[in-house]
Design a protein around this ligand. Structure first.
Ligand code: CA2
Length: 145
């Protein structure tokens, strides 16, 4: 049985599609999950969202034991969480950091990502479609394409 790709989403992303459509579009997180499942094909995925830093770290630990790759949109924890950085550092496989918006085009508090320092690759600014691109890229990285 193939190990799943963990697709982890951080705080407030459960509200996707309900505000700031000029930045984040109108796609909901349920739509994003459907796009990821379509892109994954027969490759299993674990698609999750939490507003809790602790939970996000516990899921990274679960991925360390059980996952083939991690696609992560840590939202605000990208810029604040050394604990998440430490957890991701322990993951032996590929990590794709994902942002719906191009964080580098935005205010300076969105510029210093701890996650980028441990990520294999970064996708930012493709909108919700970035998730499907990340899943396709991850399938190549883990040899399941
Ligand atoms: O562009 C991204 O995907 C972000 O990770 C989204 C985060 C922000 O803190 C990052 O810097 C960039 C914010 C998520 C806010 O969630 C939303 C909730 C409702 C509508 C739109 C976004």
């Amino acid at each position: 049985m193939a190990k799943p790709i963990y697709i982890l989403n951080g705080p407030n992303l459960n509200r996707l599609g309900t505000r700031e459509p000029h930045i984040y579009g109108t796609t909901t997180l349920a739509d994003v999950e459907a796009m990821c499942r379509a892109a994954a094909g027969d490759q299993p995925i674990e698609f999750r969202q939490t507003n809790s830093e602790t939970q996000l770290i516990d899921w990274v630990h679960e991925a360390i034991d059980n996952g083939s790759g991690i696609v992560i949109n840590p939202a605000a924890y990208t810029f604040t969480s050394l604990a998440l950085f430490d957890a991701l550092k322990m993951f032996p496989g590929p990590i794709i950091e994902l942002h719906i918006s191009n964080i580098h085009k935005r205010e300076s508090h969105y510029h210093n990502s701890y996650v980028s320092k441990v990520a294999t690759a970064i996708i930012a600014g493709l909108g919700a479609k970035g998730y499907a691109a990340a899943v396709r890229a991850m399938r190549e990285l883990i040899g399941s394409a």
